[in-house]
Design a protein around this ligand. Sequence first.
Ligand SMILES: Cc1ncc(COP(=O)(O)O)c(C=O)c1O
Length: 422
Amino acid sequence: MNRRDFSRLFALGGSAALLARDGTALTVTQAPRPAPAAPDERFWKDVRDQFVMPSGYVFLNAANICPSPLRVLDAYFDGTRAVERDPSSQNRQKTKDGREAARRALAAYLRVTPEEIVITRNTSESNNLVSSGLDLKAGDEVLIFSDNHPSNHAAWHLKAERFGFSVRAVEQVNPHPGADYYLEAFRRAITPKTRVVAFTHVTASVGDVLPAAELCRLARERGALSLVDGAQSFGVLDVNVAEMQPDFFTGSAHKWPCGPKETGVLFVNKAVHDRIKPSIVSLYPGDVGISRTLEAFGQRDEPAMIGFAEALALQTTIGRAAIERRSRELAHMLIAGLSRISGVKVWTSIEPDRAAAVVSFLPGDIDPRKLHQVLYETERIVCATRTGADRGGLRFSPHFYNLQSDISRTIEAVQRHVRSGV
Ligand SMILES: Cc1ncc(COP(=O)(O)O)c(C=O)c1O
């Protein structure tokens, strides 16, 4: 019996354990269901059972990459198998249709139109399509945020050298000084030469939230374009791009949406379709709107896009507001618990309008790299290290597949290791 047959067999009967070839237990589940008004741990345990991570494995690194639920793996693998069985262009047309369905799913998820969606490889590519595709030259300025990811920071510097425009940065302040502070800092920094304001919705470093809609409005009022890097908000916050009104919004499927690896999105506001040129010119563009020019990347992995749509469908079924509340609740538990450990310095704000689901902290005197390793090896707790002088330490990023017991276990483990050393 293969996994799908098994899955069908148990579709009505709840979850059941299945042994994979390597001996690890996979759990096969019922279809996901909508979160009730006040979901309890049993509900979230059912969500956790959608994933193939073995029980007892605590994954707290969503800001880096997320696991895909079984349904997404099945959609992706089934699509791949269908292509491999019959790689003819006639058969592949079906997966090409899946790509356009994925575009519609992405548009609905972001609350925009399919004509504004480009399916890329990831946030890095999306950000770079913007910095390479705009007509910027000597005398123009781009205003960035100092805590942007390299794909939205170093990339602008490199292109400034190449095309002759200049880059200025609004400095990040720790602890987070509040939305008004950043709004004012950007307002002061914009000049008549500013053509683009490029910032990160939620930072990967410590999870600072920037007031995206207000900053986009400010850019618009000053005649500049806005690029919002949504790598750490897309798929966890209930982002409404129609309300935010950026000119460009970027994200990755393989982070918080829990889609297949190497798929991503670039939203291009229809008001600026004539302002951006393709950086890659090849065959096989998308069917509608801006994808007809910007998405001609040659042959693609369409089954991955079908998996992307399945990941968005799963989140939509559970409820995006419920997922946001859950991730925030777990992050809040982490901040509160870590703050109580003597010697630990939490970098992330506990204020909900300043933080989301990324939590960074300095674990007292112990070497974060050693703690990172010992957590993984002895506790099966996965997180990220933050090396370097800027608010270094460890980063935990919980998501809707985590349980409260994961968080208590993690806090207890950090406390034990900080006390005894590693
Ligand atoms: C804010 C931000 N932007 C962009 C990226 C790049 O994402 P990807 O590797 O999926 O392109 C990351 C990755 O962590 C990120 O945190």
